[in-house]
Design a protein around this ligand. Structure first.
Ligand SMILES: N[C@@H](CCC(=O)N[C@@H](CS)C(=O)NCC(=O)O)C(=O)O
Length: 265
């Protein structure tokens, strides 16, 4: 091979390598196929789009996003304006509930829309390899406690709020309220026993199960003002873990998102 042809082959090789990198460079993110972006404009379409409100289900995801450091753009879904019932929001979250996300860079580099806070937490944990143990048994154990929150803690505490603070408080028949208070106490007992010899639900490891659970305990005591009703003082392991949770800087930030974000157009 002559010196000239060796030089030519070298140049060709460099060009091919550069072409591979050019091909890998992410294309301009286009989220316009998602109708939700017509109502809530994506100013940073390359970031995860979060549609939420600082409610106990909403903050699970903003806390996770703050904990992981993933770049995201929050959008406020105002219940006062009925935003959750708008066709644009329903196209993303057909159950008219926050939180929901679109990750422009989902599996295979394609955008991924997702609703249901538990599914979103698992997805973000897998995406970042954080807050969900890799070891298979510990992973399922974490998901088990996450599901315990999703199916028990959230729905039951929510009913306590309805029957003790909101419309249901004026019902003469107190049996529904008493039933949900009793069930919530029982669930707090389960949590308290789990936390008796552990800092967090999974021991020393802080996980998405904690991020799902403690916003609800905080809400029960704070916004619902039902601490006394459920006898929260009896559950000192729960309140100790709640304190640790609230002391985390990412939690403090996540709890107020997206209150200050721009509302829908
Ligand atoms: N299982 C759902 C529940 C979500 C949920 O209940 N969100 C409430 C706020 S905390 C909501 O969007 N309510 C609006 C409505 O029902 O119209 C999840 O965990 O994502």
């Amino acid at each position: 091979m002559t010196a000239a042809s060796a030089e030519f082959r070298q140049a060709e090789l460099s060009w091919r390598i550069a072409a591979i990198f050019r091909a890998r460079k992410p294309a301009m993110t286009d989220l316009s196929v998602f109708p939700v972006t017509k109502k809530w404009l994506a100013r940073f379409p390359e970031r995860i789009q979060l549609y939420s409100l600082p409610t106990p289900n909403g903050v699970k995801v903003s806390i996770m996003l703050e904990e992981t450091g993933l770049p995201y753009e929050p959008h406020r879904v105002s219940f006062d304006n009925g935003d959750q019932m708008s066709p644009e929001f329903l196209s993303l979250s057909p159950n008219n509930k926050i939180p929901a996300i679109i990750d422009p860079n989902g599996p295979d580099g394609k955008p991924l829309p997702l609703f249901e806070s538990g599914a979103i937490l698992i997805y973000l944990a897998d995406k970042t390899a954080q807050f969900l143990p890799r070891d298979s048994a510990a992973r399922y154990e974490t998901i088990q406690w996450l599901m315990f929150q999703m199916s028990g803690i959230g729905p039951m505490f929510g009913q306590v709020g309805f029957f003790s603070k909101f419309a249901g408080k004026d019902y003469e028949d107190k049996r529904p309220r008493n039933r949900y208070v009793a069930e919530s106490k029982r669930l707090l007992g389960v949590l308290d026993r789990r936390l008796a010899d552990r800092a967090w639900l999974m021991g020393d490891t802080y996980t998405i199960a904690d991020m799902a659970t403690f916003p609800w305990v905080r809400n029960l005591i704070g916004f619902y003002e039902a601490g006394e009703l459920v006898g929260i003082k009896e559950f000192s392991n729960v309140t100790r873990a709640l304190e640790g949770f609230l002391a985390r800087p990412a939690v403090a930030r996540g709890l107020i998102i997206p209150a200050a974000a721009p509302a829908a157009a």
